[in-house]
Design a protein around this ligand. Sequence first.
Ligand SMILES: Cc1cc2nc3c(=O)[nH]c(=O)nc-3n(C[C@H](O)[C@H](O)[C@H](O)COP(=O)(O)OP(=O)(O)OC[C@H]3O[C@@H](n4cnc5c(N)ncnc54)[C@H](O)[C@@H]3O)c2cc1C
Length: 575
Amino acid sequence: MATHQFDGIIVGAGGAGLMAALQASKTAKIAVLSKLYPTRSHTGAAQGGIGAALGNSEEDNWEWHMFDTVKGGDYLVDQDAAEIMCQEAVEAVYELEHMGLPFNRNADGTIAQRPFGGHTRDHGKAPVRRSCYAADRTGHMILQTLYQQCIKQGVTFFNEYHVIDLLTNNGAACGVVAVEIATGEIHTFHSKGVMFATGGSGRMFKITSNALTLTGDGMAVLYRKGLPLEDMEFFQFHPTGIYKMGILITEAARGEGGILRNGSGERFMERYAPTLKDLAPRDMVSRAIHQELRAGKGVNGKDYVHLDLTHLPAKTIHEKLPDITDFVETYMGLDPTKDLIPIQPTAHYAMGGIPTNSNAEVVIDEKNTPMPGLYAAGECACVSVHGANRLGTNSLVDIVVFGRRGGKAMAQFVQKAALQPLPADPEAPARARIDKLFNSTGTEVVARIREELQAEMMDKASVYRIEADLKKMLEIIEHLKKKYESVRLIDHGKKFNMELLEAFELEHLLQLAQVTVTAALARKESRGAHSRDDYPKRDDANFLKHSLAYPEGSGVRLSYKPVSITRFQPQERKY
Ligand SMILES: Cc1cc2nc3c(=O)[nH]c(=O)nc-3n(C[C@H](O)[C@H](O)[C@H](O)COP(=O)(O)OP(=O)(O)OC[C@H]3O[C@@H](n4cnc5c(N)ncnc54)[C@H](O)[C@@H]3O)c2cc1C
């Protein structure tokens, strides 16, 4: 048994975890644990940009950004948190610039900005240039920049450590338990503060832009401990994934002037969003695509439409969208300067997650009571700045703003807090979980259960939902969870046992899918990314509230808490 002691542990080395580590390690002894080598985190795949009202290319201000964020989120956004995010976005982008992040530039040397879905001038009048970018590799640059800074500052990293349990004592967090992937050895990390920054859970769906590793581990580890998850019914489908593969074609392609066309070549978004057209928020564009497909207006009778970049100057495509050009050439054998690109909506972003306040402290009930020492930031958290639907570029803002705030809050906390003793036999639950998998004599295989879950979730709980499908989906999850009990591992080795890790990840996906579907079934309205065919209207009287899901027996108990509304009263959402 190996035990390590630090002031604070940060689980996850994406943008949120690294930003937190940079802040916290200025005054505290911090370790970052990551199941991936840090620069492989999904933040590195982010393409289009980070939104901030710098006003470099035209007039803009944080209040307009906040309005767009609240309206984009269909008024489920906590407005106190959104105000903080949109104000601090400006400072955070300049901080990244000063760390050396190579943003694209205007002729006068200022950071270049481009339009993005749902970002507007003066409360919806027209698209505004707000997204700061480094070609279509913005996340890559953020991740590399932050990692360099962490190395420079001497942050301690435990790379390729897979966290499977949170340790608590006396109602406070006091560490985590992890498997060292290279050896299979179990390690206990004992600390005063623990932050989860473990990213998203898009792998519960078949067609997704998310990396293989985005299995919602952090959310599930806390949920297994009895802590709630917030607004999990809201999962964003990005309109432009490469057909059948889900690989993302950034919204920046439409920001630079790209157009969506149906099977007859019509620019159909003009009918759905007369003002913003192809730059309407993602939930609306994804629904519009599904409606075109349902009306038989897909391309050649198939279930896809086209993204058309052929009218853009080749120079724009090559200089501002080099990575997606490469993807389209590599995976489809097409040339985006000449060919139309087949696309379909792809599971992209979890709006829900671990409930936190605006200092990234995890809150554990309807009254927003914080759990001492426990923090969450980034995509795994729900603060909630994205409400029912996130705007493009707002996740990168979220991770740097709330990663930083969480890092600072944790650094302050560990200065005054006492170290809680470890619970008796801290590794016992983790060891039992591993032993059960190794000793199983069942016949089920992880990959098959996962495949079935992903296909069924795609079919029954994606862009459009109805009661009958959701009920059926809950039965299927129940059945898959039973099958999971008889999972048998073929690999019984200790070193790099990826099958073992995938078994943990599958268990997490099954739990999160159950929460998602249960909360979706109970929300009898359509709001943001949650669209019920059987309840097509938003219902503020009954559902302008956040859901909280707690584990109860083999099922899920739901409860609700109010939305913070400060500046903007809910309005009808037209674009
Ligand atoms: C293809 C793509 C393009 C995108 N483009 C944009 C964009 O242009 N603009 C924008 O705003 N947003 C974009 N997003 C969304 C945005 O990139 C993510 O939401 C954000 O980067 C998440 O950052 P994070 O720090 O929360 O998590 P991640 O970057 O996903 O990092 C998660 C970390 O947690 C670690 N981890 C997870 N589980 C465990 C475990 N069990 N044990 C130990 N470590 C663990 C991982 O190793 C990793 O280091 C995009 C997303 C995708 C998929």
